[in-house]
Ligand binder design. Structure first.
Ligand code: COA
Length: 317
């Protein structure tokens, strides 16, 4: 139905190391590296989410040898856009000078897989020949920088892909949502209505670390096993599993439980931390540009996060 013809990414220049974080909260480089696997992350100093999305989109378009006018849809995902409206998708359309419809969705850290699933519907209806999908986040703007349970984990960045109809590269998918606002949540600003009587938490990322960890490991394992079973494949047939980059230990646990080795999983968390919806397209772009993906390779993308939403898909490159 469709395949990926180009990828792109963008991360801001400013690097924040674990040592720098340890001057802000009670933490240290050794703890973060051991418990999470992150050495540094990027933080935006002047770019909004849509600026980063635009730069990743440009890179993907160039990689796909496409122009903005070739696009039939732009679909973005974010939890940290500068506006609720216009969406980041509308801003990317504006910055690119494209004229196609543009829309945004929110499925937190799993959103890139929801973008692919949404695009699949548009391709199936023959409403599009080329679709740009972008996950972009300025999570530094929605983090409590005094909370060491969250501020050590997240980073900013954007990843994009250009999808084209015709070749059957998106083979199968699993999508699961269990509505839950206890494990992970990002409250919005409560506003200033003089009529509203309820209180809300601060408008930053709130997370129960250990519950998230357990949910993450089991959703990766369940989703990967479901895709393998549904498609009569084993892990030996899969060139790479590209997981949402949340915690290296989550991936180590999942690898063990799936009876495979860590090198089956692509990881770049050490350099960027968790960039939510941008994490999988950034990883995909790095793999692609490093020449590690060959035509015909089977890849599994797998993600989990706020919602609680988890998803995975099987791709033939
Ligand atoms: N620096 C140093 N020490 C820290 C710390 C930090 N940033 N955060 C917690 N600690 C300490 C705790 O106080 C505790 O100390 P104690 O044993 O003396 O009481 C100890 O480290 C263990 O704390 P705990 O909360 O059990 O740590 P953890 O191993 O669960 O790691 C997370 C915390 C958040 C890194 C981990 O739970 C995690 O990665 N969860 C998943 C998060 C995730 O993937 N989120 C994104 C979803 S999309």
């Amino acid at each position: 139905m469709f395949h990926i013809i180009g990828t792109g990414m963008y991360v801001p220049e400013r690097i924040v190391t674990n040592d720098e974080l340890s001057t802000m909260v009670d933490t240290n480089d050794e703890w973060i590296k051991q418990r999470v696997g992150i050495a540094e992350r990027r933080v935006s100093t002047e770019e909004w989410t849509s600026d980063m999305a635009y730069k990743a989109a440009l890179a993907a378009l160039e990689n796909a040898n496409c122009k903005p006018e070739d696009l039939d849809y732009i679909i973005t995902a974010t939890v940290s856009g500068e506006y609720v409206s216009p969406s980041t998708a509308c801003m990317v359309q504006k910055l690119l000078g494209a004229t196609c419809p543009a829309l945004e969705l929110n499925a937190a850290c799993s959103a890139f897989l929801f973008l692919l699933e949404t695009a699949a519907g548009l391709f199936a209806r023959k409403k599009a020949n080329k679709i740009l999908v972008v996950g972009a986040e300025r999570l530094s703007g929605i983090m409590d920088w005094s909370d060491r349970g969250t501020c050590i984990i997240f980073g900013d960045g954007a990843g994009a892909a250009v999808l084209e109809s015709g070749v059957d590269g998106y083979l199968d998918s699993v999508v699961t949502v269990q509505g839950n606002d206890e494990v992970i949540k990002i409250p919005t600003n409560i506003g200033c209505s003089p009529f509203f009587t309820k209180e809300n938490d601060t408008p930053y990322i709130h997370m129960m670390g250990q519950e998230t960890f357990k949910y993450a490991v089991s959703s990766i394992c369940n989703d990967v096993n479901t895709l393998l079973a549904q498609n009569n494949l084993t892990l030996d047939d899969i060139r790479y599993i590209v997981p949402h980059q949340a915690n290296k230990r989550i991936i180590d646990f999942a690898a063990k439980r799936l009876k495979t080795t860590e090198d089956k999983f692509y990881m770049n968390i050490e350099r960027y931390g968790n960039t939510s919806s941008a994490s999988i397209p950034i990883a995909l772009d790095e793999l692609h540009r490093a020449g590690k993906l060959n035509p015909g390779d089977y890849i599994i993308l797998t993600a989990f996060g706020g919602g609680l939403a988890n998803a995975a898909c099987l791709i033939r490159w």
